[in-house]
Design a protein around this ligand. Structure first.
Ligand code: FES
Length: 154
């Protein structure tokens, strides 16, 4: 069931759109902000609230790659795999991240601290390779920088 806080946050968006259903991405973001991810139950509740079918809403949720449909870690590491980063050291960075965290792309560390995910261009091509940890963009990242970066995120 949606909490009162979630319901109010979703309802506050509705007047900004021509159709109630157009709020769906914002609504999913509201749920994710409060719960960390969007469970099947939450998806069902949001769909009902917006008068959509579960399949319609799930199609949106699974298309939008920053809506998480399974539990994630406390911090999300997004590593850019687009062309500039690819050319400037993505491979070595990815390898070191996987080694350091003990996970492959798409997985969460055993302690629930980090989830490692790929992302397309972060808009920092002139400072490739780039990663994003939560809301923080890190540019010109070399494998040797990773320990100092990761220790900022408990
Ligand atoms: S290609 Fe990685 S930031 Fe643009």
């Amino acid at each position: 069931m949606l909490s009162e806080t979630e319901r109010q946050a979703i309802d506050a968006e509705i007047p900004h759109y021509a159709r109630k259903q157009a709020v769906c991405i914002e609504a999913l973001k509201v749920v994710q902000r409060h719960r960390g991810w969007v469970s099947d139950e939450a998806l069902h509740d949001v769909a009902g609230h917006l008068e959509m079918t579960v399949d319609e809403l799930d199609a949106v949720a699974t298309f939008y790659n920053l809506i998480f449909r399974e539990p994630v870690g406390r911090h999300i590491i997004l590593i850019c795999d687009s062309v500039s980063c690819w050319l400037m050291g993505y491979g070595a960075l990815r390898e070191r991240l996987s080694e350091r965290l003990g996970v492959e792309m798409g997985q969460t560390t055993a302690d629930g601290r980090f989830t490692l995910l790929p992302i397309v261009c972060l808009g920092a091509c002139d400072h490739a390779p780039a990663i994003m940890v939560d809301e923080d963009l890190h540019r010109d990242v070399a494998p040797d920088h990773l320990d100092a970066i990761l220790e900022r995120y408990e």
